[in-house]
Write a protein that binds this ligand. Structure first.
Ligand SMILES: [Zn+2]
Length: 293
């Protein structure tokens, strides 16, 4: 928390915040807004964001997201095990190395932020940021009102999160504001991919769309991170769930799991297809890496 205090800011007026005497709240030094701290995790949400996020979480899609991230229930455990064994539905181009090299490039005291981290942690050094207080989250907040000071962060990751935000451009503009000069942004977004709400799902992005969204940044690399065959596999497993005519989370997970067991080798066709220059025309996912100049 002590280290975080150096970079945290009021999401409303972007001015620094300070701890109260009881260490239970952060107080804005300028507009005097107060932000609660629970289990050492600051909740940096203004009133409007609190209401918006509460509505999303209380929706049926929001409750399914909470169930998934809480990892409870037999079906869910089986599903997670199947994903672990098969490596998931996506054949992902080797991004882990790319992510690790970005994290390492920020040096020992660099601040790396993952927006929309969910409950996973890429690296001990990464500050996990999410709208919900899931396990492993360090700061709760809204991506379009980042609670960080101007030019305070060395690198930002946005991994399959922009499609879930109402105004992706606003989130990217906020990333631009909080990144230091020469700071790195790395984003992955879906293109030809099924609806998936965590807890909302608003957008899809083409290669050109990504260029447009990140136009303020100096482009370092852009391309396909999840190929067309992985997308097709996801379509087929999800298509099978439509025959259940049910919105039951567990029934649909079971159908998806069973279909997936038969079809998952399909994803390995992407080993070949991602080498095709036209792979982006049907790619499930696109990535962008850029630098703030
Ligand atoms: Zn303020």
């Amino acid at each position: 928390m002590k280290k975080l205090l150096n970079i945290l800011a009021c999401p409303v007026c972007k001015q620094p915040v300070e701890l109260n005497k009881e260490h239970s709240k952060l107080l804005c030094t300028s507009c005097h807004q107060q932000y609660k701290i629970k289990d050492n995790v600051p909740r940096m949400l203004d009133e409007e964001s609190e209401k918006e996020i509460k509505d999303y979480i209380n929706s049926s899609d929001g409750q399914n997201m909470v169930k998934e991230y809480d990892k409870k229930g037999l079906f869910l455990k089986l599903y997670k095990t199947a994903v672990k064994i098969t490596g998931g539905s996506n054949f992902h181009t080797p991004v882990k190395k790319r992510l690790q090299s970005i994290i390492d490039s920020t040096g020992e005291n660099g601040f790396v932020l993952e927006i929309g981290s969910g409950n996973h942690r890429l690296d001990e050094k990464v500050i996990n940021f999410d709208i919900c207080h899931f396990k492993n989250v360090d700061v709760v907040g809204n991506g379009s009102k980042l609670p960080f000071q101007n030019e305070s962060i060395h690198a930002i990751m946005l991994l399959a999160v922009l499609e879930h935000t109402r105004q992706p451009q606003k989130v990217i503009d906020e990333c631009y504001r909080v990144l230091k000069k020469d700071g790195i942004i790395y984003a992955e977004v879906p293109f030809v991919f099924r609806y998936h709400s965590y807890p909302t799902d608003f957008w899809r992005f083409s290669l050109q769309g990504v260029d447009e969204l990140f136009h303020k940044f100096s482009k370092q690399d852009v391309g396909v991170c999840v190929g067309p065959s992985s997308g097709l596999l996801t379509f087929l497993t999800h298509y099978a769930t439509l025959f259940s005519f049910s919105n039951n989370f567990f029934i649909n997970r079971l159908i998806k799991g069973l279909t997936f067991c038969f079809l998952f080798p399909l994803k390995y066709l992407d080993l070949l297809l991602v080498k095709n220059q036209r792979a982006h025309e049907l790619a499930a996912g696109i990535y962008f890496m850029g630098e703030k100049k």
